[in-house]
Every structure is written in C-alpha cells, then in structure tokens.
Design a protein around this ligand. Structure first.
Ligand code: ATP
Length: 251
C-alpha cells in the first residue's frame, strides 16, 4: 500500500501541493486528474522520488520513503514522450535495464512480456519505425522487465488516438490485474481517468477536490468544481454522441 500523509510541495513561494493525504491499495489503478498546472506531474515526481517534499511523509508497505532515494524505491515511470533510446531497436530498449540488473527478469519472463504486449513482430525495428501505440508498448515493456513495485505513467494515452488508445487502456488494466501492480496514472482527460481507474484523485489548485471511485464521482460529485469542470466535459461529450446516434438520415 502507498500512503501519503500531509504531503506539501512549494517551488519558492508557489505552493503547488497542499496537504495531500491518501492511500492507494496494492494492485489498484489510480488516476490523478485535474486542469493544467494543478500539480499532477509534481505529485507523480514526489512519489517517484524525483522531487523532494517540502513537508509530509510517504510510506510504501509501511516503510517511510523519506530517506529512500529514487533508485532504491523500486518504482518506475513511463514518461509522456516514452524516452526510448533512438539508437537501439525495440528489443534492445526492452532489455536495456537488465544490463546492470540481469536478475530482474528471466529470458522467459521477457518473452512473456513481449507476448503480452504483442511486440514480437516489432522487435528488430528502430524506434523511429514504430507507431505511437507501439512505442508506448515498448516503453511499458521496458519498465515492466525491471519488476517495479509501483508503476507510474505520465499521460500514457495523450499521444494516441481512437482504437489504439482503447487497446493500451485494456493492456494497462490487464497488467495491473495480472501482476497485482499498483499503478498511478497522470491524465487531464476525465473520460480516460474514469474509464480506466479503480479510483480517481481529482486535484484543483494543489488540493484534493475528490478522491473516490468513478461511480461515486459521477453520481456523488463532492463540490461544484467536480460538477462544473469534470462532469460537464463528460455530459457535453455524451450529449454530442447521443445526438448523432439518435438523428435519422433524411431519406
Ligand atoms: N521544477 C519546478 N520549478 C518551479 N516550478 C515548478 C517546477 N515544476 C512545476 N512547477 C510549477 O508547479 C505548478 C504545477 O505544475 P505541474 O507540472 O505539476 O502541473 P500539471 O497539473 O502536471 O500541469 P500540466 O497538465 O499542464 O502538465 C506549475 O505552476 C508549475 O509552473
């Protein structure tokens, strides 16, 4: 279980995270959702250990991470731009981390991941020969071979469209379930957050606006920000699609 207790973060006089307390159970998928600049990436970086806290504490399975540096946390992140090595092919990217840590995964486990992410036919391709969805799957495989205790994903779907997005969503869910892997995802898209996650953490101005399961957010919004910002986007989308499907074509 990941637990944040009264976490705050300031950059100079800019207070970006304000007294964030929450728990994420092992194996849960949690999305961090909110408008631009509300502190989503900062919260992800604070969990990862890339950014120091100003105050508060983070615990993982009861252990305080206050003095645990990023490399020793056993957490791993997939960055928004995938950060793949352009001079290596897809396979070399996937196994890159095993160079210094060969015991992290067996070759059979690597093969199983390649299979799970349907990457077999792309292994010899250069990174610039891969589509966005294929790059994303290589980036996820590269992270999973290291067997992270916690998987962090920064806007994993924002560069993808249509059915590719749906297929990556399904794979993220499958991975979290299969490996019982706690997964934290940053997104600015309410539909994505509510359809992908067990729980959604909605931030507004660095404060928790609501932290609940998707159905509670939709049916019991905690405040006007959730109603006016988050739910309004969804109802407009729903109504647009509903109108299209319910309008007859003139004969
Ligand atoms: N290293 C930094 N130094 C100074 N200020 C920073 C730093 N990182 C983030 N900030 C500030 O913290 C605030 C929150 O930024 P953050 O990137 O966490 O927001 P976000 O919700 O992820 O935004 P977006 O959706 O636009 O990526 C912003 O005002 C930003 O300018």
């Amino acid at each position: 279980m990941l637990e944040l207790k009264n976490v705050s973060k300031s950059f100079g006089s800019n207070v970006v995270l304000k007294d964030i307390s929450l728990q994420i159970d092992t194996g849960e998928i949690v999305s961090i959702l909110g408008p631009s600049g509300c502190g989503k990436t900062t919260l992800l970086n604070v969990i990862l250990g890339l950014t120091d806290l100003t105050s508060g504490q983070i615990f993982f399975d009861g252990e305080s991470l206050s003095n645990v540096p990023m490399k020793k946390r056993g957490f791993n992140i997939v960055f928004q731009d995938f950060a793949l090595f352009p001079n290596l092919n897809a396979y070399e990217n996937i196994v890159y981390g095993l160079r210094n840590n060969p015991q992290a995964s067996t070759m059979q486990e690597v093969r199983d991941l390649i299979d799970l992410l349907d990457l077999e036919k792309h292994l010899n391709k250069r990174i610039d020969e891969l589509s966005g969805g294929q790059k994303q799957r290589v980036a996820i495989a590269r992270t999973l071979v290291m067997k992270p205790r916690l998987l962090l994903l920064d806007e994993p779907l924002s560069a993808l469209d249509g059915m590719i997005k749906e297929s990556i969503k399904a794979r993220i869910k499958q991975i979290a379930r299969q490996f019982n892997l706690t997964t934290v995802i940053v997104t600015h898209d309410p539909e994505e957050a509510l359809s992908l996650s067990d729980k959604v953490l909605i931030l507004n101005g660095g404060l928790i606006s609501q932290y609940a399961d998707p159905l509670s957010i939709v049916h019991k919004p905690a405040n006007t920000f959730i109603k006016d910002f988050i739910l309004r986007q969804l109802t407009i989308k729903r109504d647009n699609i509903f109108r299209l499907f319910n309008t007859e074509i003139a004969a």
